[in-house]
Design a protein around this ligand. Structure first.
Ligand SMILES: [Zn+2]
Length: 412
């Protein structure tokens, strides 16, 4: 069996999909369930039909295109990613994992290969959080990570509920049916650009992802007491911003002290009230984002932050309240899928780097219900979510070849 990737065709399809956009080229904007997104979905379905794949869509618009295996009752081998794009994005994030997977399937078909397990391309709905404020809606629902009750409460900035919007877009089936049954997939592989600089820096074309980091985010409110910047003397102060400053450093220290490079903590928002030059800050809002590849370690960092907050509050006479906004568990990739990817790289003499996915992807959620791993392609300067995002045609073709080889191995 000789697998040959049709690089010109794959590239022309990436360009064609990039042209279906609400932003002017080279930028790509494709927000879920907008007319542009629906146009892109229709375009993709035609490409899948041309490859003689059997198409199914669920109630949230996740699109499945299946190459039926000789033993169609067996669990399928899944692959795919997303085609929605944040405002002013590039053309490779997600798309490479969808069109690369389609080309991988076509390359296997051309090689004369016949899978025993079905091979299924999956295009996830709303990986990006742009419209509904939460990412990976499709894969969360497929894996049962997002409850239907919570999904029904999601609204876009115009006040339209997810339920209304998906129905208007033509996806009217029952929400309940989205969750995949147990053992639906034998394995799942997602091809994706790295969105970081490591592969390029190391001059290694491919990365085999061994774990996916995940964030927990906190909204922290610090209530002190305000007052005149001249009249309130230092012994009487309960300055909320000074307390916030201590807490921000405690958050940074908690990540540094974990002893693992994979632990990171960031305070990205600090809002100060009333925000006047001659007024003692009475209230501060902070957000903290704490990420790790290990849930226990991340939880310990959260605990350390909580303890520090209590100590600062007591010492400074302020009230500190923190609210957990989100806490997805990180994932370890499946050894069997990591092995299949690694062996496929070796078979084609392609160097690869075992690595951590610092961003999270649909695979994080699919890993809850299927043995999952990811394959990364180098991207220029690590740029992503911007119009100059770029992966070389050669690297895209290499990733697609390794994906095809891996799908063949897993589907036998
Ligand atoms: Zn992506």
């Amino acid at each position: 069996m000789k697998i040959e990737v049709d690089q010109p065709k794959l590239l022309s399809e990436i360009e064609a999909l990039a042209a279906i956009s609400d932003a002017e080229a080279p930028a790509v904007t494709r927000i879920v369930f907008t007319p542009t997104d629906l146009k892109a979905r229709a375009w993709l379905k035609v490409r899948c039909q041309e490859a003689a794949l059997t198409i199914r869509e669920d109630a949230i618009g996740n699109t499945f295109a299946r190459w039926i295996g000789s033993d169609s009752k067996l669990p399928a081998v899944g692959t795919g990613s997303h085609i929605d794009a944040i405002p002013n994005a590039g053309k490779y994030d997600g798309v490479v994992g969808v069109l690369g997977a389609l080309e991988a399937i076509r390359a296997l078909q051309r090689s004369g290969f016949h899978p025993r397990h079905s091979i299924e391309l999956l295009m996830f709905t709303a990986e990006e959080p742009t419209r509904f404020g939460i990412g990976c809606i499709g894969s969360r629902l497929l894996s049962g990570t997002l409850s239907l009750e919570a999904a029904r409460k999601l609204k876009d900035s115009d006040g339209n509920s997810l339920d209304e919007v998906r129905e208007k877009a033509g996806f009217a089936a029952k929400f309940e049916a989205v969750k995949l049954p147990a053992n639906y997939y034998k394995a799942f592989v997602e091809l994706h650009i790295e969105q970081g600089p490591l592969l390029e820096r190391e001059k290694i074309p491919l990365g085999v992802v061994t774990s996916i980091a995940a964030p927990a985010s906190l909204r922290i409110t610090i209530e002190g007491s305000g007052g005149h910047a001249g009249a309130v003397l230092m012994p009487d102060r309960h300055d909320s911003l000074c307390a916030a400053a201590e807490l921000i450093l405690a958050i940074e220290n908690s990540a540094r002290a974990s002893g693992a490079v994979d632990t990171v903590a960031t305070v990205g928002i600090c809002e100060v009230f009333p925000g006047a030059v001659n007024s003692i800050p009475s209230r501060v809002h902070l957000t903290a984002d704490i990420r790790d590849t290990d849930l226990k370690r991340r939880d310990e960092v959260m605990q350390t932050i909580e303890t520090a907050a209590r100590a600062i509050a007591a010492r400074r006479g302020v009230a500190i309240h923190s609210e957990l906004l989100n806490a997805d568990a990180p994932a370890q990739c499946a050894p069997a899928v990591i092995d299949a990817l690694s062996q496929s790289c070796r078979k084609h003499n392609l160097n690869f780097l075992p690595m951590v996915s610092r961003a999270y992807h649909d695979s994080l959620f699919i890993s809850r219900i299927a043995p999952t791993a990811m394959l990364f392609i180098a991207c220029r300067n690590g740029y992503s979510h911007r119009p100059d995002e770029y992966a070389s045609p050669e690297d895209i073709a290499r990733g697609t070849l390794v994906l095809a080889e891996t799908l063949a191995a897993l589907s036998q």
